[in-house]
Design a binder for this molecule. Structure first.
Ligand code: 6GU
Length: 241
């Protein structure tokens, strides 16, 4: 997979050299390049924003530097997908991560200020795939942290990345539930015992306990997921009577 990230703060993306994405790069599974949007400006101040038509607070990112960035980074055959990180995008989920992990070439466009001129998004759509993605319902100063988070979530799903693919299947969100609580040695720590069932060697009982814990935790913390999970797994959900 090839990943290009375009930002006016390329130094924000330095963690990509470390940890998980760094390992994937070292293994040759992904090729990541970070680009400074200002390299595609031509004025003395390397301007990337301007005031919004129609008035209002804040600044809007100008179309011209983005157009030149796409000219340089998007192949003519339309094979790349541009991911615009924006709080007005569709929510980023594990399902979106899995979908993005099937792409050969992603280009992240990190928005700043109040957003990017809408014509840039339209233009990108004529040059390949487009996604507008949000990390969640809160506001960040820019899309850089979102691009970092999305890259990490996507790269670990590339086949051959995870040492043990089973740990992918078992973790939170893969089955639509939050993960059950986990324990390791010692069996008693500061007077707190590991639940007996986990030491029992009874694998069926352990599986039942974990399922129940995952359902309880999901009901308490994320009841919205329980409804989706029931629908996915074909459980009948009755409305209020
Ligand atoms: Cl992708 N960008 C910004 N600026 N804020 C956000 C976000 C993205 N996702 C959640 N908040």
């Amino acid at each position: 997979m090839r990943i290009d990230i375009v930002s006016i703060f390329p130094e924000y993306l330095a963690p990509l050299d470390l940890s998980l994405p760094g390992k994937a790069r070292a293994k040759g599974l992904v090729d990541i390049a970070v680009h400074d949007l200002r390299d595609w400006t031509h004025d003395r101040h390397r301007t990337t924003d301007d005031t919004p038509y129609g008035g209002g607070a804040g600044m809007v990112m100008k179309p011209e530097p983005w157009g030149e960035a796409f000219d340089a980074l998007l192949p003519a055959d339309g094979s790349a997908t541009v991911v615009f990180t924006t709080p007005s995008g569709t929510p980023f989920t594990q399902a979106v991560a899995a979908e993005l992990a099937t792409h050969e070439h992603l280009v992240f466009a990190c928005g700043r200020y109040e957003g990017i001129d809408q014509r840039v998004i339209e233009e990108a759509g004529t040059r390949g795939g487009v996604r507008e993605v949000s990390l969640g319902d809160y506001v960040l100063n820019g899309g850089e942290v979102a691009a970092l988070a999305i890259t990490e979530a996507v790269v670990r799903l590339i086949p051959g990345f995870m040492g043990n693919p089973e740990s992918l299947a078992e973790e939170s969100h893969e089955d639509g539930l939050l993960e059950y609580p986990v324990y390791t040695k010692p069996p008693s720590w500061r007077g707190r015992a590991v639940p007996d069932v986990l030491l029992s060697g009874n694998h069926a009982a352990i599986a039942d306990w974990r399922r129940e814990q995952a359902e309880r935790r999901t009901a308490e913390r994320r009841p919205d997921l329980l409804l989706t999970s029931s629908l996915v797994h074909g459980v009948e959900v009755r409305g209020a009577e």
